[in-house]
Structure formats: structure tokens, C-alpha cells
Design a protein around this ligand. Structure first.
Ligand SMILES: [Zn+2]
Length: 435
């Protein structure tokens, strides 16, 4: 059953009417009361009175994280600190934290959209939801915590410490849904095995769904996680500047692409280099406009995430457009010998090879003016040497055929690569100027 069926199944016409009214109202408020937007719109020569249809959105300037950093947390909206209920933050790539505020209405919206996301994953009242994202400044922990409670589920707020204890609690409390990073889901499977447990024993572990995000991951990793934990693994997307988790979510029925909650966000895809809008189906950078957020409204905000949009009907009945799995962030691209490669493209090839563990490192270096790329992958236990050799060659060939790049593949002994409880660092670029 769809939680908010009235809004989640709107026709495109009905939806666009709502989007237009919400956006127009938003633009009128922020053009007058937001220090950032009153300046930005003035510079762009934009007056909200001239905003006559959603097509006019393209006339507005694109904004990026760098543009807004100095205005966060309160310089984008029309609200002072007396209207703020809470702050969250994310670490920026430049090292500067981006701090965002939430008004009471923002918090209500956030909880509601996370509840919607969990509902799309088949979670409902009576289910026990284990939130294993970090609690605190990052949005994952508290976002899922309050969303699950709003839905009527019971929360197990384990965060990411004490994994051994967490596995036992998951068994004892009959946890049905797990919210965490894909890396941590994998890690939990390993920890359970070490303790002599098996998540696939459903009498003992009725866990049925993983709601995984905050990390770029591949379809092959999804298969690994589903097999290891005996669950359906679904992709959730969000970013703290926009709200946190709850911007888009894969549904249980479709399991392909994430429905963007378009009654609150307008997604666009642009060419990351030229900034020009791209059509449905074309891959580029995701740009988001928020329609109802108060403290940090965002108009044509460049997320840096590479994806595409499609609007084929979904078996779940939701009519919102879907975005494909994020392939990477524009700044995650590795340039090797003139080729642009996303780490997720390599992961897809590595993890679809039988006999290898899901743990790998990508090492980029430069020798004699030539970029080199080495992939270290953990073998599974007791892999005989001739087979290890064969597997290295198999991965090497796959990457060569898929990416057109010669790489060196080295198999390392089981359990020698570090396990992170949050996100595994997978790329190590040792070329000049980089670590
Ligand atoms: Zn769907």
C-alpha cells in the first residue's frame, strides 16, 4: 500500500500544477527575504513576476556548493535562528563543513519523506528497523530514526559501533529492515559469519530488506549483499544540503531506479561541462530544485552526482520519475591515460567475478610519465593458486573489454584489506598532488 497514494500517483499534469504553484510561491519569498537569492536573482536579471511556467526554470542560474557555502546555514532562506529546530552538517570535499538548518516544517517534511521511502521498501507499522548509520551531525542516523517512528515502526538505533552486539540484537529483536551504507551491510554479513550466525536463516533472522545509501555502489555489489544477507537490497538517495535521506528511493516492486519525490523536488539533468539541460535518458549531473523547504531552499542546485532520469511506468504504481543508480560524483572521476573512469565501473566488473571477495582497492600511480592502475582484490578463503591466477586474468580481461584499459590485477590474501564501519575507501591516487 502506498503511504501517500494521493500525491505519489499524480498524473504529470496534476503534478506540474502543484510544482508550479509551490515553486512560484517559493521564488517570491526568497527573492525578497533571502540574502543569497535576492543578490543572485538580481545579478541574473530575474524577477519572479516573469515566472510563468515550469519551463522558465531553465532561465534561472545554476548554483553549486561553492556558491552557497558562505551563506550556510541561514543565508539562503527567509528565516532567522529563532525559527530553526535543528542543525545537521556534512563534510565538504574542500574540508569545510556545510551546515544546514531545519525549521519545524522542514523537520516534518524530512520525517515524512523518509517514512515514504521506508514504505516504498515495504516497511510498515510493527516492523523493527535497525538504523546503522552514524547518529549525530550526519543526516543518515537521525533521518531514518524519525522517519521510521513516524511510519509506526520500532527503531533499533545501533549506529555503527559494537557490530557483534548488533548482530545478536538483530536476531533477538527480529529486525525486519536494515538502514546503513552498502559497505556496512557487507561487513555485518562477515561479522555474523564469524559469530557462527547466518542471516539467510530466516527463522532466526527475519531481516528482509536493506535500505542502503550514502555511498556509490554497483549492481554487482547489490547481488553480493542480497546473497550474503538473504534480503532485498534497495537504494536510497539524499544529500544533506537538500534534506538528507528521503530525496529518492527505489521501490520494492520496481527495484530499478529511484523514485524522486517530485511533489517536493524538481530534478533536472545537465551536461556537467556546459551546464546545458539534457533530455530524459541522457546521463549527466543531477540538479535539484526544492519546492517546500524553508531554511535552506535550493534553486537549480548542482549535486555533482552523475545519473539519468526516466519515466517508464513502474509496477508499484508511483508516477514519479526515477533516477538511475548514481554512477559517481563528478569529482570521483579518475582520469587515467586520458580515459574518464568511475570507480563504480570497475567495481561492477570485479564483483561480478565469482570466487573473489567484495573487498578491493584501486591504486592509481604514475611511472615514467605513464598512469598505471592496479586493482588489489581479496580472494575468498582457500583459493588454490592456479585458480587465483585465472581469476586475476579474468578480471583484467573484463576491464580491458569494458573500459578499454589495461590494468594490473593482484589477488591478496583473505581479510587483509581494512573494513570500514561507514564507507570503505576504495580509491588511492598516488600521482603527484594526490595521495
Ligand atoms: Zn516503483
Amino acid at each position: 500500500m502506498i503511504l501517500n497514494a494521493l500525491h505519489e500517483t499524480l498524473s504529470r499534469d496534476e503534478l506540474e500544477k502543484i510544482q508550479f504553484i509551490r515553486l512560484k510561491t517559493n521564488l517570491e519569498i526568497i527573492s525578497q527575504h533571502s540574502p543569497f537569492y535576492s543578490k543572485t536573482f538580481k545579478q541574473a536579471g530575474f524577477n519572479p513576476d516573469s515566472f510563468k511556467s515550469l519551463d522558465d526554470l531553465e532561465r534561472l542560474p545554476l548554483i553549486s556548493k561553492e556558491d552557497i557555502l558562505d551563506y550556510l546555514p541561514l543565508g539562503l532562506g527567509a528565516y532567522g535562528v529563532e525559527n530553526i529546530s535543528c542543525f545537521q552538517a556534512s563534510s565538504g570535499t574542500s574540508g569545510k563543513m556545510s551546515v544546514v538548518g531545519y525549521t519545524p516544517s522542514d523537520l516534518e517534511l524530512w520525517n515524512f519523506l523518509v517514512a515514504r521511502s521506508l514504505n516504498a521498501a515495504g516497511v510498515g507499522p510493527g516492523d523493527v528497523v535497525n538504523v546503522a548509520f552514524n547518529y549525530g551531525l550526519m543526516t543518515g542516523g537521525l533521518g531514518f530514526h524519525h522517519g521510521a517512528q513516524l511510519l509506526g515502526a520500532a527503531v533499533l538505533p545501533s549506529s555503527t559501533g559494537f557490530s557483534h552486539r548488533q548482530v545478536r540484537l538483530m536476531r533477538d529483536l527480529k529486525v525486519a529492515a536494515l538502514c546503513c551504507t552498502p559497505s556496512f551491510a557487507l561487513y555485518l554479513g562477515e561479522i555474523a559469519k564469524e559469530q557462527g550466525f547466518d542471516f539467510r536463516e530466516k527463522d532466526e533472522f527475519p531481516l528482509r530488506v536493506g535500505i542502503l545509501g550514502a555511498e556509490v555502489w554497483s549492481e554487482s555489489l547489490r547481488v553480493r549483499i542480497e546473497n550474503s544477507l538473504g534480503i532485498v537490497a534497495l537504494n536510497v538517495y539524499g544529500l544533506s544540503e537538500v534534506l538528507g535521506p528521503g530525496v529518492s528511493m527505489e521501490c520494492l516492486e520496481g527495484r530499478h531506479g529511484l523514485h524522486i519525490f517530485e511533489d517536493h523536488f524538481i530534478p533536472e539533468i545537465i551536461n556537467p561541462e556546459s551546464g546545458r539541460p539534457l533530455s530524459l535518458g541522457q546521463e549527466g549531473e543531477l540538479v535539484i530544485t526544492t519546492l517546500t523547504k524553508e531554511a535552506v531552499p535550493l534553486i537549480r542546485y548542482r549535486t555533482g552526482d552523475i545519473t539519468s532520469l526516466f519515466d517508464q511506468p513502474c509496477p508499484c504504481g508511483r508516477t514519479y520519475r526515477r533516477m538511475t543508480r548514481v554512477m559517481g560524483r563528478a569529482d570521483d572521476l579518475i582520469m587515467v591515460r586520458g580515459l574518464k573512469i568511475f570507480p563504480s565501473q570497475i567495481e561492477e566488473q570485479v564483483l561480478s567475478t565469482f570466487g573473489l571477495s567484495p573487498y578491493y582497492h584501486i591504486l592509481v600511480d604514475r611511472r615514467e610519465c605513464l598512469d598505471t592502475l592496479e586493482i588489489q582484490i581479496e580472494a575468498l578463503d582457500d583459493l588454490p593458486f592456479p585458480i587465483a591466477d585465472q581469476l586475476s586474468n579474468e578480471v583484467q580481461d573484463k576491464i580491458k573489454n569494458y573500459l578499454g584499459l589495461m590494468v594490473k590485477v593482484v589477488l591478496v590474501p583473505p581479510k587483509t584489506l581494512p573494513r570500514a564501519k561507514d564507507k570503505n575507501q576504495k580509491v588511492f591516487d598516488r600521482r603527484q598532488g594526490k595521495i
